[in-house]
Design a protein around this ligand. Structure first.
Ligand code: PEP
Length: 252
């Protein structure tokens, strides 16, 4: 039995003051919902304030990225140990980082190994672009990203990994995947690779989230699928009522 998981990726939205405002309105409502792991991922600059506000609550805090090195001459980057001082979670390999900042399966894997060392729970994103989807390459892309991104970690850590299937064509477009399509990718492409990497028993414990235009209106349909264990939510995670409704739907 996998505990549902919902994370909000705020991307490059919300100043420190706005983070304070949004969390003040949101945390109490999220606290009322049990039976689901809840995480918010504000921008780096606001993590310290968010950590202060979430201390002692059931709402976890995640970073949207990190470097794999422990310290050194990497201007503008944050090390795993620095992230761990504030957060329990980190998003790795988001498609926006792959598309705009040169993230590759190799760097995702280095970061994953660093996350294990730092004691962070990673949310590893995979997903095909629109061109790849239209060319019928979803399986090839998603299985290869999963295989290359997730190799080389201990089985103990593997069961803590959270995978997010985020078809790039569905992110921020308002055009979500159908629940059936997402289920097929989770159940027939991603979970078999997890089985290959870590064995059936551990593969069954790994949460696979769907991400891409999840809303309060479509969330329940995704969560009714056997291999969809929650959601990585962008736009709707910035709206208190929408995000709360999505978390509630996952808890059912
Ligand atoms: C995301 O940022 O990972 C995402 C899925 O965004 P949205 O929910 O806005 O499509």
């Amino acid at each position: 039995m996998r505990t549902s998981f919902v994370a909000g990726n705020w991307k490059m939205n919300k100043t420190i003051a706005e983070t304070q405002e949004l969390l003040s309105a949101m945390v109490g409502k999220l606290e009322e919902i049990s039976g689901v792991e809840k995480v918010v991922c504000p921008p780096f600059i606001a993590l310290s304030k968010a950590a202060e506000m979430l201390k002692g609550t059931s709402v976890g805090l995640g970073a949207q990225n990190m470097h794999w090195e422990e310290k050194g001459a990497f201007t503008g980057e944050s090390a795993p140990g620095m992230v761990k001082e504030l957060c329990g979670y980190v998003i790795l390999g988001h498609s926006e980082r792959r598309a705009y900042f040169g993230e590759t399966d190799e760097t995702v894997n280095k970061k994953l190994i660093a996350a294990e060392k730092a004691g962070l729970t990673p949310i590893v994103c995979v997903g095909e672009t629109l061109a790849q989807y239209e060319a019928g390459e979803t399986s090839q892309v998603v299985t290869s990203q999963t295989r290359l991104g997730l190799q080389g970690v201990s089985s103990e850590f593997a069961s803590r990994i959270v995978v997010a299937y985020e078809p790039v064509w569905a992110i921020g477009t308002g055009k979500a995947s159908s629940a059936e399509n997402a289920q097929a990718v989770h159940g027939e492409m991603i979970r078999p690779v997890l089985t290959e990497l870590f064995g059936a028993e551990i593969a069954q414990t790994i949460r696979i989230l769907y991400g891409g235009s999840v809303t309060s209106a479509n969330a329940a349909e995704f969560f009714s699928q056997v291999d969809i264990d929650g959601a990585l939510v962008g736009g709707a995670s910035l709206k208190v009522d929408d995000f709360t409704a999505i978390v509630k739907a996952a808890a059912k």
